[in-house]
Design a protein around this ligand. Structure first.
Ligand code: NDP
Ligand code: 8X3
Length: 258
């Protein structure tokens, strides 16, 4: 992963799951990090833990809710000079709330999903694109989902949000073709993180049921893929990479040992 030495990687949603695992992996590969999320104490703990294990790691962390464009712009404007040359943006922050028929979807849940998964991703991309264009190897990595490819029962708004991510990735690939900036999307199936606990609003028993009888992916699996994608030579652009735990074969169907 020597191509990541001295690169600066901006990760949204680094307080848990895939974003946190990306922070560890990119730091170990020698990249400087800008990590963000809404839970500041977790960011401080993560920075401390990484620096403990990799004393030379360079990490800037700050609280950021990506739902408001002004937050994103302020955060980026206030980056210290040594963290302003962003090479890689990992648009990871995202969430699902509920598993309900469309008829019953709460407007507040819909707003949170769309404002985070779609608008927040766009705000981060718009704000960082001018910096990525200055890099000799700018790269956007969007964390999509199998829900970007399939729509499933009771998942309408989350699936719509991830279908939007896929569309945005594709449109941007066309728009960026005459620049040096690459764009990739990783579309995972089941990854055991805080994702299902958030979906079921803290109901851990229900969240555990999602992974019953299957060995799900873990955040590290996705971080390793992100690291692989980000470290290809400049002319190699991984477009969309779908990844399932073995045994899963659609968004909602898996072989489970009961
Ligand atoms: P986690 O719940 O473990 O992590 C989600 C991260 O997103 C947290 O760091 C959270 O930080 C952050 N986040 C949520 N809302 C905001 C916001 N408004 N502003 C900034 N950060 C925010 O879930 P995962 O790691 O699994 O999810 C990461 C991405 O992977 C998401 O986009 C998700 O849709 C996608 N994904 C997950 C799959 C899975 O099965 N787990 C499968 C396919 C895709 P904080 O709460 O501190 O703000
Ligand atoms: C997460 C995967 O199938 O729960 O994006 O929507 S799924």
């Amino acid at each position: 992963y020597s191509r990541l030495q001295n690169k600066t990687v901006f990760i949204t949603g680094a307080t848990a799951g895939i974003g946190e695992a990306c922070a560890w992996n990119f730091a170990k590969a020698g990249a400087s990090l800008v990590i963000s999320g809404r839970r500041e104490s977790r960011l401080n703990e993560l920075s401390k833990a990484i620096k403990n294990e990799c004393p030379s790691a360079k990490i800037y962390s700050g609280k950021l809710d990506i739902q408001q464009k002004s937050n994103v712009e302020k955060f980026v404007a206030e980056l210290p000079a040594e963290y302003k040359n962003i090479d890689v943006l990992i648009n990871n922050a995202g969430l699902v709330l509920g598993l309900d028929p469309l008829q019953n979807v709460l407007e507040s849940d819909m707003d949170t999903m769309l404002n985070t998964n779609v608008k927040g991703l766009v705000f981060c991309t718009q704000t960082l694109l001018p910096l990525l264009k200055k890099s000799p190897s700018g790269h956007i990595i969007n964390i999509g989902s199998i829900a970007a490819i399939e729509a499933y029962k009771n998942g309408s708004i989350y699936c719509a949000s991830k279908h939007a991510v896929r569309a945005i990735t594709q449109s941007l690939r066309c728009e960026l073709a005459d620049s040096k900036v690459k764009i990739s999307e990783i579309d995972p199936g089941m990854v055991e993180t805080e994702f299902s606990i958030v979906r079921f609003k803290g109901d851990k028993d229900r969240a555990n049921q999602v992974y019953r009888g299957i060995q799900p992916l873990v955040a590290q699996d996705i971080a390793e893929i992100a690291l692989f994608i980000a470290s290809r030579p400049t002319h190699v652009e991984v477009c969309n990479l779908t990844v399932f735990p073995h045994g899963q074969y659609t968004a909602t169907l898996s072989h489970r040992s009961e």
